[in-house]
Design a protein around this ligand. Structure first.
Ligand code: UD1
Length: 420
């Protein structure tokens, strides 16, 4: 397994191009199953999760071509049974269930596995599909779904922690080819849901209200192939913004969408970070006096759980106390113990982490536990004195396109050490 070797104490300066959004492209890839015609998707990030989803589409019978940026999918002849092991390994693959059901009226998909940030149930996905008239059986680790009369209905998707992003994507995709009108209430409002709805509407779907808590879908008979460009990755942009701030430098994020980053930019500004917004770019300059801020993760447009770990790494450097509360996933503080190896002072009290910032960090060997936790460790490693080795960076490769190459171009001393 590869690791990153980081020589800390460098200041990031320059420009970085933001890649296409991982969380937007995965459901869009699933949506290509809704038509027998060819779909062309541009600005696709070259990530292991994307390559994995390509394998899943191929295993279902689709013809897939990916050159590292443009993806072509032709799902002319597909089967409704996904490869058990492939799907089980990647949580995001659950979003093939909705489109398979819509197109074939029948699908068998393995239950996605849990992961270190929590149990990650799919009860809301299944409840939504049942409301559209789907018979669902869970047997031997598989979800068997059948819907000869898939039909529109009122679907409420709010859960314990608010709406569900991929659940909304699944119901949205199933509803496009259902008979009649579906109204999704308490729908996720994330920009990735809007991008999916834009893609589906371009295919001929009739969706209104995406980006708001109420989405209305009028079913159509069939969908056609389209070309689409994926939105920029707001979490990658936020991660580079925090990395710039933590390093004491100044970085311009090319192609970032400030309108997708409201809560993150607001918190950075409150912490004293300088932010300049221009059309097509965003410049982040370090604070002269970094201040502690309190954060609570929430569904969009609140502060994203996928930026919580990175902000914690930044708060380790702000003199004073900040309280970081995680409300979306129950065990998403694995990075705290690793940050403490670098000298951070963090206490966990239930869903909150109390960070006493300002102590100098110094390099150590740390272990990445999940995608965003890994990003936090890289940020902290760059800010620490001495050498930090971040093990298991395959987590990072799932969701950041060539992260070490981009950071090196900004002045970081970081190198990939191939694992045995
Ligand atoms: C997506 C993102 C992930 C992000 C998360 C929250 C992708 C590929 N992944 O994951 O990066 O961290 O949104 O912004 O887009 N829940 C249930 N029942 C369900 C589904 C979810 O209780 O059926 C709960 C979850 O346990 C969690 C909350 O709802 O507490 C939100 O999860 P959800 O929005 O579904 O996350 P994902 O869509 O899986």
């Amino acid at each position: 397994m590869d690791s990153f070797l980081i020589e800390g104490g460098t200041t990031l300066r320059g420009e970085v191009q933001i890649s296409g959004s991982k969380n937007a492209v995965l459901p869009i890839m699933a949506a290509t199953l809704l038509t027998a015609e060819t779909c062309v998707i541009r600005h696709v990030p070259d990530l292991s999760d994307v390559r994995f989803m390509c394998q899943i589409l191929t295993s279902l019978g689709a013809e897939v071509e990916f050159d590292g940026s443009t993806l072509k999918v032709r799902a002319a002849n597909i089967t409704g049974t996904g490869d058990y092991d492939l799907i089980r390994k990647m949580r995001g693959s659950i979003c093939i269930l909705g489109p398979l059901l819509a197109r074939l009226r029948k699908a068998t998909v393995s239950l996605p596995g849990g992961c270190v940030i929590g149990t990650r149930p799919i009860d809301l996905h299944l409840k939504g599909l049942r409301t559209l008239g789907t018979q669902i059986r869970i047997e031997a680790g598989y979800v068997h779904a059948e819907a000869p009369d898939l039909s529109g209905s009122l679907v409420f998707l709010g859960g314990r922690a608010g709406p569900t992003v991929l659940g909304t994507a699944n119901i949205l995709m199933a509803a496009t080819l259902a008979e009649g009108v579906t109204v999704i209430e308490s729908a996720a409002c994330e920009p990735e849901v809007v991008d999916l709805a834009d893609f589906l509407n371009a295919m001929g779907a009739r969706i209104q209200g995406a980006g708001s808590p109420t989405i209305t879908v009028t079913g159509v008979r069939e969908l056609r192939g389209v070309e689409h460009e994926v939105i920029p990755d707001r979490i990658e942009a936020g991660t580079f913004a925090v990395a710039a701030a933590a390093s004491g430098g100044e970085v311009t994020l090319r192609g970032a969408r400030p309108d997708h980053l409201g809560a993150v930019l607001d918190k950075l500004q409150e912490a004293g970070v300088r932010i300049t917004r221009r059309a097509g770019a965003l410049t982040i300059g370090a604070a002269s006096n970094l201040k502690p801020v309190d954060i609570t993760t929430m569904p969009y447009s609140g502060f994203p759980t996928d930026m919580q770990a990175q902000l914690m790494a930044l708060m380790c450097q702000a003199p004073g106390t900040s309280i970081i509360t995680e409300r979306i996933f129950e065990s998403r503080f694995m990075h705290a113990a690793e940050l403490m190896r670098l000298g951070a002072d963090i206490g966990i009290e239930g869903p909150s982490a109390i960070v006493k910032g300002g102590a100098p960090l110094s390099g150590a060997e740390v272990m990445a536990s999940d995608l965003r936790a890994s990003a936090a460790l890289v940020i902290a490693g760059m800010a620490a004195s001495g050498t930090t080795q971040v093990h298991r960076v395959y987590h990072l490769d799932r969701g950041y396109e060539r992260m070490e190459v981009k950071l090196e171009a900004l002045g970081a001393r970081i190198q990939r050490v191939p694992g045995e």
